[in-house]
Ligand binder design. Structure first.
Ligand code: ZN
Length: 100
């Protein structure tokens, strides 16, 4: 007779995850920060942030903070470059061969 008792309470651990709803009970919004301190970092927050009366102040970074200044500068520079020179992409394959 095999009997085993399951003492295993799997430790799920409350993952320090990103919540789907803020304290208002609304779905959080996701944005990307393009500040000098946190370029390119995504975060979620209360979707009612525009309204002072409704904003619950929920805010959570999704991406880890950048600890590397060089990396920050590169990201920001890249972002500014892309914004400033949107039409820099040129057609490469202009010369098409028309079969035989
Ligand atoms: Zn809220």
């Amino acid at each position: 007779m095999t009997s085993y008792s399951s003492t295993g309470s799997f430790n799920r651990g409350a993952r320090q995850g990103v919540r789907r709803t803020c304290d208002c009970g609304d779905l959080v919004g996701m944005w990307t920060a393009w500040t000098a301190r946190n370029p390119g970092l995504r975060f979620v927050g209360c979707p009612n942030y525009k309204d002072e009366n409704q904003d619950c102040g929920y805010f959570h970074w999704i991406d880890p903070q950048l600890s590397n200044n060089w990396y920050r500068e590169q990201l920001l520079a890249l972002h500014n470059l892309r914004n400033g020179q949107q039409n820099i992409v040129q057609e490469v394959g202009r010369g098409q061969h028309n079969g035989i």
